[in-house]
Design a protein around this ligand. Structure first.
Ligand code: COI
Length: 359
């Protein structure tokens, strides 16, 4: 076992695989989240400090059966991506924003925050080691999944005092390989102001499974979440934030405490403003969208997310009224954003925003 002293005060032990599994992977047919790279990072928060920082072969975890995460769901995560530039160098996209949001989520779920230095050096080291796993075909990347779980073996409902911080990575293609169909929520809600909708809490995703299953049974891909009080204001999709192109304006629901503060959402707003588009972050009702559709002004609907990147919405249904949106090839803004963000991340164009970090 080799011990590597990073440019950090955290000492990260490295235990490499004896043989890489990379040769067994079919990189031409990657399904999102099914293939895992050789190594993972783990660290424990015990007695008020981070210990046992280690990169080790990807494998199972051992947990106390009463671990807080297994009973009360004290768990948060992030999703971020690494790419390869044409010269073969691996790069990370907006690591600083992801560490901030991770610790925002940790604090909302009453968990120990992970020091920025530890979070960043663990990701940098892990991705550098598994750089051969970064796929380079169009739309592909290495998806990085940092997560934090409460590990106290205790059934009392109180914040865990011990935590495990884990990071693994997956070579991925697009999360949505084709445009998605959405149906507005009429019965279930995702989040309310004051709840945990703004955090990347694992429980948000568990709560969305039944509504999503019911939507799937009716032939829709995903649920478009509405505000919890009036079912009138559009929130997000859960796996992505939403953008609407109405006439010549781009409108996205303003984050209000119940909507995830998407990093891709924020990046799209910055790209749009940089290119001189008018972007409105404000409350948007389903009635406004329906009226725009009826007037022929609803040009595009798309989602934004780390996994989803820019995913076109082909159909949107509200209370049985189906809006069939314009053909994908006519979508100027969604297609431009998808290309622009991919070009910045893969180094095809220079990064005017300082979002890319070379490893
Ligand atoms: C991401 O875009 O990274 C997400 O968190 C969505 C994920 C649940 C697939």
């Amino acid at each position: 076992m080799e011990r590597v002293k990073m440019k950090t005060s955290y000492d990260i032990k490295v235990n490499k695989v004896t043989e890489s599994r990379i040769k067994t992977v079919d990189f031409d047919n990657l399904v999102f989240g099914r293939v895992f790279s050789d190594h993972m990072f783990t660290a424990d928060f015990v007695d008020g400090e981070w210990r046992n920082c280690e990169i080790q072969p990807f494998g199972n975890l051992t947990l106390h059966p009463a671990s807080n995460v297994l009973h009360y769901g004290q768990a948060i995560f992030e999703g971020m991506k690494a790419f390869k530039h044409q010269d073969g160098s691996p790069v990370l996209f907006r690591l600083d924003e992801h560490v901030k949001r991770f610790n925002f989520s940790a604090s909302r779920l009453c968990m120990a925050e992970v020091p920025e230095e530890l979070f960043c050096s663990a990701i940098e080291k892990l991705v550098s080691m598994d750089r051969d796993w970064i796929p380079t075909f169009d739309g592909a990347s290495l998806y990085i999944r940092p997560y934090l779980i409460g590990t106290d073996g205790y059934l009392g409902v109180k914040p865990s005092q011990s935590f495990k911080f884990i990071i693994f990575t997956c070579p991925v293609g697009p999360y949505y390989p084709k445009p998605v169909t959405l149906v507005t929520a009429e019965e279930y809600v995702r989040a309310v102001k004051g709840g945990v909708g703004e955090a990347k809490a694992a429980g948000n995703y568990a709560a969305s499974l039944l509504p999503m299953k019911k939507a799937n049974e009716l032939g829709y891909d995903q649920v478009m979440w509405m505000d919890a009080h009036e079912f009138k204001y559009i929130q997000e999709v859960g796996t992505m934030n939403l953008f609407f192109v109405i006439g010549n304006k781009v409108v996205t629901p303003k984050t209000d405490g119940a909507i995830l503060r998407g990093i891709t959402r924020k990046s799209f707003i910055d790209i749009l403003k940089h290119k001189g588009y008018s972007v409105e972050e404000r409350a948007i009702t389903i009635d406004e969208v329906i009226n725009a559709y009826k007037a022929g002004d609803l040009k595009e609907v798309f989602g934004s997310g780390t996994a989803a990147v820019a995913s076109h919405v082909s159909e949107l249904t509200h209370k049985g009224f189906k809006m069939v949106l314009p053909p994908i090839e006519d979508r100027i803004i969604g297609n431009m954003l998808k290309k622009e963000i991919n070009d910045i991340r893969t180094g095809n164009i220079s990064d005017p925003f300082g979002w890319i970090q070379k490893l």
